[in-house]
Write a protein that binds this ligand. Sequence first.
Ligand SMILES: *[C@@H]1O[C@H](CO)[C@@H](O)[C@H](O)[C@H]1NC(C)=O
Ligand SMILES: *[C@@H]1O[C@H](CO)[C@@H](O)[C@H](O)[C@H]1NC(C)=O
Length: 349
Amino acid sequence: MAFWSSSPHLPLLLLGLLSVLLHPPATGIRFVKSNIQLPSDDDLPAFREAPAFRNSDNCALQNHVHIVMTLDVNYIRGTMAAVLSMLQHSTCPDNLSFHFLCLHYQPKIFSTIKSTFPYLKFNVYYFDSTRVQGKISRSIRHALDQPLNYARIYMSEILPQDVKRVIYLDSDIIVVDDITKLYEVDMEDKVVAAPEYCHANFTSYFTDNFWKDPKFSRTFEGRTPCYFNTGVMVVNVEKWRRGRYTYKVERWMRIQKKRRIYQLGSLPPILLALAGDIKAVDHRWNQHGLGGDNYEGKCRSLHPGPISLLHWSGKGKPWLRLDSQRPCTIDHLWAPYDLYRSSRVALEE
Ligand SMILES: *[C@@H]1O[C@H](CO)[C@@H](O)[C@H](O)[C@H]1NC(C)=O
Ligand SMILES: *[C@@H]1O[C@H](CO)[C@@H](O)[C@H](O)[C@H]1NC(C)=O
């Protein structure tokens, strides 16, 4: 039980674990398969209304915590679950301010969020995909090539100028700790703070075209680059803007178009611009890879150590695996946050 020891949210995690034990995959949770349809643009899934979460008494001096996520019909179920998990584990949920980036103007997205979270402080912004037109190269996984994946590079242009610091989060995450703790990390003079993985083989994120060309391989001179996952980042957007990081990342995307210096999507150009120059935060803030690898989405188990954020990065997504009645054990930790008004719920009601 060592993983859970330092989590303040033991009961909830235990509940999740308990449901895993009580409901072995494929028998405990049943979905009526034929009723499940992939949502299209005009056919957003329906969600149940989340309970109202209220600030505790000592939030008067609490600043806003700005959280940026993308909104897309295929991932909205993940986004909703992620928002619920953050509200539920915050001491000051009223002070969380959400900024959603989406590709199309869809009034229904706004009303869906409003009806699911009637008390949520949020704004929806339109990300103009022509910004990345002609700059995206094909990666090893089609889903990584969606323009919205690149929106995180443009946050400093999209968000209002009075927003100085944000947490950027992917949609396939669950937070089981107070997100304010991550927001308040001492960033020193850095532009980005994130967990760093210095044991990962950094070389493998770039191709021989990159390492064999001296003008490219000099990129990391004077830095000790380590892998970090760009799905969970604290970003000082003001410093990002002043340091022209959008331009720096775009420059690598243009080089990639001509020279194929990496295989993945939006991650490598951000590593090129920032790896070895970020503020490292505790690994508990990104237990990543729970979706398996980029090819098969195999089941993965938790790494040892305390956990504040679970991240289903990789090909497998918990809502799809649960719907297919072939969930991984770890997916049962996601399920309690699912607000999707599924056929299962309809039957129970
Ligand atoms: C955070 O919420 C408290 C109410 O609990 C409020 O007094 C305070 O002004 C809020 N902070 C901000 C920055 O809005
Ligand atoms: C790291 O990856 C590169 C390229 O994929 C490989 O050639 C090298 O042997 C790996 N190094 C280690 C220490 O595994």
